[in-house]
Design a binder for this molecule. Sequence first.
Ligand SMILES: Cc1cc2nc3c(=O)[nH]c(=O)nc-3n(C[C@H](O)[C@H](O)[C@H](O)COP(=O)(O)O)c2cc1C
Ligand code: SF4
Length: 430
Amino acid sequence: MNKVTKLITKNCGIITPYVIDEYVKTDGFKALQKALNMNPLEIIQEVKESKLMGRGGAGYPTGTKWEQALHVKNSPKYIMCNADEGEPGTFKDKIILDQDPLRLIEGMIIAGYVLNSNKGYIYIRGEYPKSQKIVTTAIENAKKAGFLGKNILNSGYDFDIEVLGGAGAYVVGENSALVESSEGNVGRPRIKPPYIKVQGLYKMPTLVNNVETFASISYIVLNGGKNYAKYGTDSSGGTKLICLSGNVNNRGVFEVPFGITLREIIYDIGQGIPENKKFKFAQIGGSSGACINEKMLDIPLCYKSFKENGISIGSGAILVADESNCVVDFLKIISEFFVHESCGKCTPCREGNKQILNILKKFQSGTATHEDYMTLYKLMEAMKYASFCGLGKSAPNALASCLKLFKSEFDNHIYHNCSANVCFSQEGVN
Ligand SMILES: Cc1cc2nc3c(=O)[nH]c(=O)nc-3n(C[C@H](O)[C@H](O)[C@H](O)COP(=O)(O)O)c2cc1C
Ligand code: SF4
């Protein structure tokens, strides 16, 4: 198996990102040309055959989402690209935005053509001002060259794209909060149903997809869905961008085929752990993801096998921690993030995150008791089932997985004998 497989990142670092001629020379906009001569249902069929699952975190099948959006009767319809990329440890959409934005734009135009939409938006997080400029320039150049705007490639089809800037809240990456923020409202999630594909931006049908999802479309349309699918596993087609960070020698964004194991990602692509230290755990999918231990390293990257093992690919972040890290310290940092990012709309998330943080501080300072475990389990349960949106539901994932895999570390804190090199409790910090 090829360890790094560049289907959608083949131009990254090679071409000038907003220069049309350079993109066209790499077969850029050929898929658009092909799509404009296809029936929308044929395009959806290719996307379905590609087994492309949304790359924003939830992993919803893209072909099915497009088909459902096509069958919504109301118009105008909007195409929205989620480039909020707020998940800690995730920086893969930035590679596309900065190094091959025309691939994203081409995918969005094809989506627009499928849904007969004339307007698209790319919502880019406020912390990426350079990306906003690059994408805006790419849009302007695509318009001048006739690939975007009125009568695209003399097909009679019109489509325009606008860039919107975020203001720095993690929850705004949730698709209904994204829509709220795009309308100029406070970026908090909406109650669903109605789903965004039925009533999204300005209460009109809206297709929201992630940057990487849209960026995969031109390859699928040009080469066929089956060709894309063959790079992956039976259930997960194609490739995935992964963000490798933490205690690993070779950090960065890598495009890998589904089916590759976590061990291959960390030890072959990532070139192992600095100073030959031992692997302790990795958090998969960002701060809202679960942690794995050494025994789980041979799980293949695949939506199905991950689910069977109680983990989720999420955004594609893989944060590696070596033996010198303290699990409790790590969880406290994750918990602080969620306390900060909870929008406060619902009680389980707003209060639950604060209470979890308080208890983790007790473990850190050596004042926790066995009763605190029961409180943690109750809080996690309430948050998972009663939170209003995915932020609160997934906030306890890391804690739940660590209580399962590293319970002895928590016990060690009760008995004041944490063995990690960098445990803050040894230094009396809380
Ligand atoms: C708290 C929260 C944050 C999210 N952040 C992002 C994000 O930054 N980017 C993203 O594409 N999806 C994010 N999502 C997922 C979106 O709600 C949505 O599922 C996704 O944009 C759909 O695109 P896809 O089908 O291409 O994955 C987030 C979800 C939640 C609950
Ligand atoms: S779960 Fe958290 S982020 Fe989501 S609505 Fe409730 S308080 Fe806001």
